[in-house]
Write a protein that binds this ligand. Sequence first.
Ligand SMILES: Cc1cc2nc3c(=O)[nH]c(=O)nc-3n(C[C@H](O)[C@H](O)[C@H](O)COP(=O)(O)OP(=O)(O)OC[C@H]3O[C@@H](n4cnc5c(N)ncnc54)[C@H](O)[C@@H]3O)c2cc1C
Length: 404
Amino acid sequence: MRDNKSTVTEKFDVVVLGAGISGLCLAHRVVRAGRQVLVLESAGEPGGCVRSQRQPDGFWFEMGAHTLYNSYGSLLAIIDELGLGDRILARRRAPYRLLVEGKLRSIPSQLNLAELFASAWHAFSERKQGRTVADYYGKLVGRKNWKRVLAPLFAAVPSQPADDFPAEILFKKRPRRKDVPRSYTFAGGIQTLTDRMATRPGITLRTNATACALARTEGGFVVTIAGGDRVLARCLALAIPAPEAAGLLAHLAPEAATALARIVVAKIESVGVVADAHHVRLPHLAGIVPVNDTFFSVVTRDVVPDDRLRAFTFHFGAGQTLDQRIDRICAVTRLDRDQLVCVATHATSLPSLSLVHAGIADEIDRHLPRSGLYITGNYFGGLAIEDCSLRSAKEADRLLAEAI
Ligand SMILES: Cc1cc2nc3c(=O)[nH]c(=O)nc-3n(C[C@H](O)[C@H](O)[C@H](O)COP(=O)(O)OP(=O)(O)OC[C@H]3O[C@@H](n4cnc5c(N)ncnc54)[C@H](O)[C@@H]3O)c2cc1C
């Protein structure tokens, strides 16, 4: 029984900060090797950027990550180990549309074909390495096509302008598993996976538990949780956004903290709405990408169709009130406010990566060996869930080899 006012000191082999996909993948691998793991999570539930909003009647829609691919081999190994393979749901094919001056347009219809054909030959000579997304893809499709079509499409991926992202980091080629649908989710949404990971035997999850201070102690670390509780860890893994990790490590690992503090993040504020299907006049779509708007993308539930309800999640940057956002959502979906049967919000952040990023990640890694500290997240190999899983696998292997 936990008393909120008292200081409880429990000891674990490993304490993981953050129950997003990165923290859970690391915890999964360490527990599989027989270690006891405590995962501390600030929010009231695990998942982080993975948040499947569920209604009492069973309808669900994604507030964050929405698509997994058969190229996510490292994640699929975990899915298999958890026996979740039979809950995989193939996503139905549906188009993405651009929103141009209030009208939905197909992507090809917005491309200037003359410019595209004049530029396409660059595909044979251009290399992605050391180039930004705007520089590399701009060459391939032409500057005007980049600005009008590709820049909004790329910005829709990390919900922020992506021009300066390294070209190598988005859309990686990976081997595909032929026995798994090309793109998929789960019955109940992707959070079905993170929920299962968080309840795996050997993992103790503590929600509403923000790690607010770290210190070294004999044989490990002491983690102070907001409210005063403390836990002891032989090894400590951080799987939280870079700015939070930088703050917590400022005294414990100042060099790594300085490198982490150089990683800029963008806040993403998502608003999801649900309406009766017969009220929605929009065609069935996977999503909408606006050209120059207050939001970066809309993701729908149409890829897992439901007879009764449809859902639309709008991913905004910071800076507007909920009221203003709902006005914009109603204008785009052509729904009245009183036709919205559910409005949900979820705030997350994603790193804003640039060409200097690889150097920052190397700098973080340079200070970690044999420190008892392990850092994972979406700011190493890339933002995709598979990148998080791969980084977590690497850190879990290092932990098991180095520490215990
Ligand atoms: C809108 C959106 C759509 C996306 N779509 C896709 C997609 O379709 N496919 C895909 O592959 N990827 C997608 N991504 C990217 C991917 O979902 C994320 O990069 C990934 O989930 C990040 O996981 P993470 O565990 O590294 O970080 P997070 O998910 O941010 O988890 C970090 C966790 O740490 C917790 N935390 C923070 N500070 C503390 C503290 N001091 N103590 C304890 N806990 C703390 C937070 O509450 C959070 O739960 C999407 C991301 C977003 C935002």
